[in-house]
Design a protein around this ligand. Structure first.
Ligand code: FAD
Ligand code: NAP
Length: 425
């Protein structure tokens, strides 16, 4: 009807695939074909076929077809060489960070995070596929396509055998962690006790860790599974760093302090390049929108509590135009413990909105900078609104007592719960 509703401008994103001939018998002898698991299209098809809106009783019959969950549905189609699994989330703003896909030994697992819910596709595929897969996302219509390459160019009669959790839509926290094995690609020194570990994801994995979220690493130590959380960083701190989109996030960088009597970090430090370690899906409750609505961002970090600040800094300085000030207050014991000091100082020179302050609790005599620990007077001085009505976000991360004390001081200074985000497990 409308000139602008044409294939290129709109309909292309809605392309489902070829028509599947799957007749549904409707009352009064009307038969039409289901093009997709979408009810909208079903109703439209009825309207176009019969020329009238769907009668109430038939509508009720159609709605009882079990093909959609939490408004999300899944379908698949094939060509000679490809299998495409399509998930219609019916949500706007589904992006690559919300989709995690793995295909190991013919087992396909695709998870989509929608607010605090998780939708899962989990199938034992009917035939073998090649190692690499692709994920296409049509953000505007919330359509996610998982494209697999057939190993043999044969016609598949079915996608495969659905597993127990297939096609479920549940609270995110009720979905267990899923791990895949990653290869240790490199290990570089950051300070005397902290290293940057680069892990390579399998080709058959699509995974991006969103800003402010962490993953879990799992190792077998002395015959027992040990799991610890770590927050991915970027390989360095440039401005305008974009994670490569092809093979999206094929590398995950972790900045990890090795404790001399640490159970997990000692075992991690003994891994050789080429060894494998299990890495989970992302977890965390930080929302980028918290930054997007702020004018001033204050980051309070202690030791490796700096790790969530890395992606946050990159995001804030490259993608949030309403931010006037970004200030990092970084607490460490000594000068030698400061992570990426040089890069932070360079960043402050490059971007005038960014300022960094180093505070040492056990400095040597030569230290001319600030010294001490987190305190009310220190925060009063550093975390100050530049305007009375400024929208402020304060993020805090470090040893638990540091974080708890910091929050208390901030509350005493009059900051509200909504203005404070704590990074904890
Ligand atoms: P353990 O065997 O548990 O402890 C041995 C000794 O090490 C302790 O006696 C103590 O001296 C010291 N130690 C251990 N844990 C801590 C601690 N949490 N604080 C202070 N001293 C400690 N760490 C990173 O290096 N990089 C990260 O990106 C990172 N991200 C994290 C994200 C989250 C959400 C959380 C909760 C923690 C994060 N950690 C991070 C800490 C990490 O999970 C482990 O606690 C840490 O690596 C120590 O593990 P371990 O088994 O070697 O030490
Ligand atoms: P650290 O070197 O031991 O300490 C860093 C600074 O914090 C030092 O100046 C230290 O002062 C100070 N500090 C420590 N405890 C304090 C307290 N109770 N009150 C006030 N100041 C305190 O730190 P680290 O070994 O790197 O540990 C970093 C912590 O961050 C770990 O506990 C880790 O689990 C946590 N972390 C959490 C996340 C997350 O997302 N939740 C991410 C990364 C790291 P002193 O001289 O007094 O020791």
């Amino acid at each position: 009807v409308h000139r602008w509703v044409n294939y290129e401008s709109m309909l292309k994103e809605c392309l489902v695939g070829r028509m599947a001939v799957k007749p549904i018998a409707a009352p009064k002898g009307i038969t039409f074909h289901v093009l997709t698991a979408s009810y909208d299209l079903l109703l439209l098809t009825y309207f176009l076929t019969v020329g009238q809106p769907v009668p109430f009783r038939l509508l009720m019959t159609l709605l009882s077809i079990p093909c959609s969950l939490g408004n999300t549905s899944c379908d698949w189609f094939q060509t000679d060489s490809l299998i495409t699994v399509v998930i219609y989330t019916k949500q706007k703003d589904v992006n690559a960070e919300l989709v995690t896909v793995d295909c190991q030994d013919r087992r396909l697992r695709g998870e989509i995070i929608m607010e605090d819910h998780s939708y899962l596709v989990e199938v034992d595929l009917d035939h073998a596929v090649q190692e690499d897969l692709a994920v296409n996302i049509a953000e505007k219509v919330g359509k996610v396509e998982i494209i697999l390459k057939k190993k043999d160019n044969i016609h598949w009669k079915m996608l495969g055998k659905p597993l127990e959790s297939h096609n479920t839509f549940i609270k995110r926290m009720d979905r267990g962690l899923f791990y895949r094995k990653c290869k240790l690609a490199s290990k570089t020194e950051v300070t005397h006790d902290t290293k940057l570990f680069c892990l390579m994801l399998p080709k058959s994995t699509h995974l991006h860790v969103p800003t402010g979220q962490h993953v879990y690493l799992k190792q077998i130590i002395a015959g027992r599974e040990v799991v610890k959380p770590y927050t991915p960083v970027l390989p360095f701190l440039p401005l305008n760093f974009k994670e490569p989109s092809c093979h999206g996030g094929a590398h995950i960088y972790l900045m990890i302090k090795i404790y001399s009597c640490g159970l997990f970090t000692q075992a991690l430090d003994h891994l050789q390049i080429g060894d494998y370690i299990s890495l989970s899906n992302p977890e965390g409750n930080f929302k980028k929108s918290q930054v997007q609505t702020s004018e001033e961002l204050f980051l309070l970090a202690a030791g490796t509590g700096f790790t969530p600040m890395v992606k946050l800094l990159n995001f804030a300085l490259t993608e949030v135009s309403c931010l006037r000030t970004v200030k990092l207050i970084f607490f460490n014991k000594t000068e030698d413990d400061v992570l990426w000091r040089n890069q932070l100082e360079q960043l402050a020179l490059k971007d005038e909105r960014f300022e960094v302050q180093f505070i040492l609790s056990q400095p040597t005599k030569d230290w001319v900078g600030k010294q001490g620990k987190i305190s009310s007077s220190l925060l009063f001085e550093f975390v100050k609104r530049s305007r009375k009505d400024s929208k402020v976000l304060i993020c805090i991360c470090g040893p638990t007592p540091f974080t708890e004390q910091g929050v208390q001081y901030l509350k005493d200074l009059g900051y509200s719960q909504e203005e404070i985000h704590t990074f904890i497990a």
